[in-house]
Design a protein around this ligand. Sequence first.
Ligand SMILES: [Zn+2]
Length: 51
Amino acid sequence: MPWKLCPYCNKQSYSAATHYQIWLCPYCGNDLTEEPENLSPLDELEEDYPE
Ligand SMILES: [Zn+2]
């Protein structure tokens, strides 16, 4: 599930498929449409690169 890190409140914002063209942070309401998109949850990234 794609998500973006909101630079305004530093929370993970997950996309709603029906509103994909306009991506608003559900926490602070700022427009994240131009922010870079991440494809994996932070937890999974850590599992992919063990110590
Ligand atoms: Zn936000």
